[in-house]
Design a protein around this ligand. Sequence first.
Ligand code: CP
Ligand code: NVA
Length: 304
Amino acid sequence: MIDHLLSIEELNADVLTSLLDSADLLKASRGRHEKPLAGQSWAMIFTKSSTRTRVSFEIGIRELGGNPMFLSKNDIQLGRGEPIRDTARVLGRMAHGCVIRTYAQRDVVDFAALSGIPTINALTDDEHPCQILADLMTVREKLGGWHGRRIAFVGDGFSNMTRSWMWAAKYLGFELVIASPASCRPPPVFLLELDAPNVTITEDPVEAIEGADVINTDVWLSMGQENQAEKEAEFGGFEVNDRLLAGAADGHIVLHCLPAYRGKEISERVLEAHADTIFQQAENRLHAQKAVLVALRPAGATDS
Ligand code: CP
Ligand code: NVA
């Protein structure tokens, strides 16, 4: 069991693998599995927009017997400036767990520490751990695993998505090649801490995709960066399109966490040609997050 899911960074290969195995079982037994969240109420604090994460958590919590409570920042005092640390100490006395989507990773870490209830990072500026679990689940379903596979990520080299993917590569050992404009490259201090020789960075998307079995992309401007036109201007030549995919391995798959901007990070043709995988990836959010919810140690419980 785990106390929280705050990042991929704090996990390890065993936890990742057991979460993915559990997600597969929950997917196969949907509608028939147990309801370990029966009698529990889960808060869901969102200070950023969401379709997939919100819906998959609301449905997942319900399917496990719990009661989700969606709290948009604008509807609670957080939006008027009440600190997350006070919000945590209030919700910790009422709710059984909390899902948070926000900007600063520190806020999610503080919430977990001060609330004393299981806390899930539903996306911060640093990491998107729930998405990466669904992505890995999809890679296993589509390709049977990642052993000997080359996984390419084309886009922002230091976004929440790439950061979570880099930690996953470190723990699971697959080859991860990130193609990113120089200005979005992970800083040396991060790569030093990551210490993963199987993760490489290039500025050339053609090189990254050459022989790749998985080609992953995401928006160039993450939530909160929408006005950074100068950043977007760095991504010329980074659209995942038929020209770039010409060098990919036979049988390659394309992933996109969605929402997608067609004509920017991915072409309309590539998105539609790989829609089966991409929407399976979106569905897997539900199953992967149910696995996380099941794996979380209820507040106050200890391993027997
Ligand atoms: N991929 C993802 O997290 O989607 P939402 O922003 O719609 O939740
Ligand atoms: N990197 C994107 C992911 C969206 C699901 C963002 O943070 O906006």
